[in-house]
Design a protein around this ligand. Structure first.
Ligand SMILES: Cc1ncc(C[n+]2csc(CCOP(=O)(O)OP(=O)(O)O)c2C)c(N)n1
Ligand SMILES: [Mg+2]
Length: 612
């Protein structure tokens, strides 16, 4: 069949499916894009011919369209995602942050940036950054380190192996992330005779690898002989749809479960074995259990510094058992690498641990949550806002957040009732993910109400996808938490002795607030906009927004200086060793003390032989 490279690409993508546990779905559900030279004539023309088979969505910023694709993919537990097409130059480099976010969170997205001419015929083209030492590098090479697979299709026949490799990585449970196929603009438009089978319906089975029997036996033995074991559930638990298997293991053994940001929702908040969030933004219950634990079963977790409180949370001699599909994570903290799919691994462990029971650690955190939800401040505390959103939302609805002070507060305080109800992007914690990600989430789950929680700082960085939501009739409920600056970084600045330097939205050299009206901004983008200054006004406005059929932004003014209840845990942020300011010197003393509690976790479950 004679088609252009771009036509062949689009036709191929429309025929790709994933399969897991017997259910099939489209791997590439649609394509986001922003056209310019480098994709308007090639991929753009091909999409125009295939609007039925490959729905196109016009986004407003390339970074944001990757966020939308990521939101979609996470909601679909990585079984379905979007392609993103961009022009060359700035359109392509705008993808970099989105790609990094996708890859750090192990969420599949297919990026199709345009690229400079393969033939070089027209000479230096508009937006071409030339490398004087080689013509085979373009700005698209900046996507290499943030992609799990990267290729440049310089000849038509190269498309076939590139596409197959791209699909392999997109459907790989361990090695997935951003997949980038750079498409030189001349090659996109070139015609070629393609083999018919290229366009056949193709089903990619998403693996559920089984653990090695002797490693499983050793893991079960370690847990069975533990005095106080603990489970830490990460994002892999949810992506692998292993939450029922986790619940079964927890109920059979009594072992308590702490949750990472990506793993929050693995158990409902009121489950008897649920200890809630763990780590630097954890509950005091989970963190106390972590300090006591001698064997820790990590399930699908990257062990980020927030989870381990920068390696200060678990005992130095604690043993880690890491159930993970990715070996990079399975080997962390000298743990026993139980390389397997989370669901298969948990089911196998439950069987192997038959009869073993442990005392579930105490948990009185929900009383702290209740207090934080109902504390009455004027202007309201952020925790009250979270309480209202939690109360107004249904059990299957989704709360979305990414950066600022809210992710930590939500981690501690959100009462999660559904495995897909909590969507905080905290791998890359990208300001600007919230609204764009929310768009993709709602597209993936139109039957759920999507509550986007966004700070004023994040909103100012990337709010333009409101226009896309309005254009596509995708309804979002956006809660804009207005505290006139970076409350999170302000508080952090305070702890490192830097006196909230550069974190407020103020006129230079005064304390006067800027006359910025973000509700008016949202209205100007086509959203309904409501304003609230008291918590009761906020609740009324939020109920109104939920009842409405259109995207609504509720701006609520909060007090930036009230922080959520303490996690009683540390986060390593180095403080200047010498400083003129007394506040910095004092912070350094505190830092040095805390640093003493940092562990190495070098021995653990690995066999090491010391000569001494
Ligand atoms: C793109 C990006 N730039 C910078 C940061 C560092 N950062 C984290 S939170 C934050 C401030 C967020 O402000 P806002 O959205 O108003 O939330 P608040 O802290 O007030 O809760 C900054 C600058 C980031 N996470 N992402
Ligand atoms: Mg703010």
């Amino acid at each position: 069949m004679r088609l252009t490279v771009a036509q062949a690409l689009v036709r191929f993508l429309a025929a790709q499916y994933t399969e897991r546990d017997g259910s099939e779905q489209r791997l590439i559900a649609g394509c986001f894009g922003i056209f310019g030279h480098g994709n308007v004539a090639g991929v753009g023309q091909a999409l125009l011919e295939e609007t039925e088979a490959m729905p196109f969505y016009h986004a407003r910023n390339e970074q944001a369209m990757v966020h939308a694709a990521v939101g979609y993919a996470r909601m679909k537990n990585r079984l379905s995602t979007f392609a993103c097409t961009s022009s060359i130059g700035p359109g392509a480099t705008n993808l970099v942050t989105g790609a990094a976010l996708a890859t750090i969170n192990r969420l599949p997205v297919l990026l199709l940036p345009g690229d400079v001419f393969a033939t070089r015929a027209p000479g230096t083209v508009l937006q071409e950054l030339e490398d004087p030492t080689t013509y085979s590098v373009s700005v698209n090479d900046t996507l290499k380190p943030v992609s799990r697979f990267w290729d440049r299709v310089e000849r038509p026949e190269q498309l076939v192996p590139s596409l197959l490799a791209a699909m392999r990585v997109l459907t790989d449970p361990a090695e997935t992330g951003a997949v980038t196929l750079c498409l030189p603009q001349d090659v996109q438009a070139e015609a070629f005779e393609w083999p018919e089978e290229l366009f056949a319906r193709r089903v990619w089975r998403v693996r559920r690898p089984h653990p090695e029997p002797d490693v499983l036996a050793r893991a079960a033995e370690l847990i069975r002989h533990a005095r106080r074991p603990l489970i830490v559930a990460g994002g892999g638990t949810i992506y692998a749809e292993a939450t029922d298997a986790l619940r079964a293991l927890a109920e059979a053994t009594g072992i308590g479960v702490g949750e990472t940001q990506a793993g929050k929702g693995s158990l409902p908040y009121d489950h008897p074995q649920a200890l809630g969030a763990i780590g630097a933004t954890g509950t005091t219950a989970a963190n106390a259990a972590a300090r006591d634990a001698d064997v820790i079963l990590g399930v699908g977790t990257r062990w980020s510094d927030f989870t381990t409180a920068s390696r200060s949370l678990f005992a130095e001699d604690a043993t880690f058992v890491n159930l993970n599909v990715a070996s990079v994570d399975a080997y962390k903290h000298a743990g026993l690498p139980l390389l397997a799919d989370a669901r298969v691994g948990l089911e196998a462990l439950t069987e192997a641990l038959h009869g073993a029971t442990f005392e579930t650690p105490a948990n009185d955190w929900d009383a702290v949550v209740e207090e934080a939800y109902t504390t009455r401040h004027d202007p309201p505390a952020q925790s009250e806002v979270i309480g209202v959103v939690n109360r107004v939302s249904g059990p299957r609805d989704v709360v979305v957040c990414a950066a600022g002070s809210m992710p930590g507060d939500l981690h501690k305080l959100w009462r999660t009732r559904d495995p897909k109800g909590y969507h905080v992007e905290y791998g890359y914690s990208t300001m600007g993910y919230e609204i764009a990600g929310g768009l993709g989430i709602k597209m993936a789950a139109p039957d759920r109400e999507v509550f986007v929680l966004v700070g004023d700082g994040s909103y100012l960085m990337m709010a333009q996808e409101i226009v896309t939501a309005v254009a596509e009739g995708v309804k979002l409920t956006i809660v804009l938490v207005q505290n006139h600056g970076y409350a999170s970084i302000g508080a952090l600045s305070d702890t490192v002795g830097s006196q909230r330097f550069g974190t407020k939205y103020r006129y230079r050299d005064t304390d006067d607030l800027l006359p910025v009206d973000l509700a008016a901004n949202a209205a100007s983008l086509g959203a309904r906009a409501l304003n609230a200054t008291t918590i009761d006004e906020f609740e009324a406005a939020l109920r109104d927004a939920v009842a409405s059929a259109v995207t609504t932004v509720v701006q609520v003014h909060t007090d930036p200086l009230i922080s959520a209840p303490s996690s009683d845990a540390w986060w390593d942020v180095p403080v200047a060793e010498v400083a003129a300011l007394e506040s910095t010197r004092a912070a350094r003393d505190t830092y040095e003390q805390a640093k003493q509690g940092q562990r190495r976790h070098l021995a653990g479950a690995q066999r090491i032989e010391t000569t001494a």
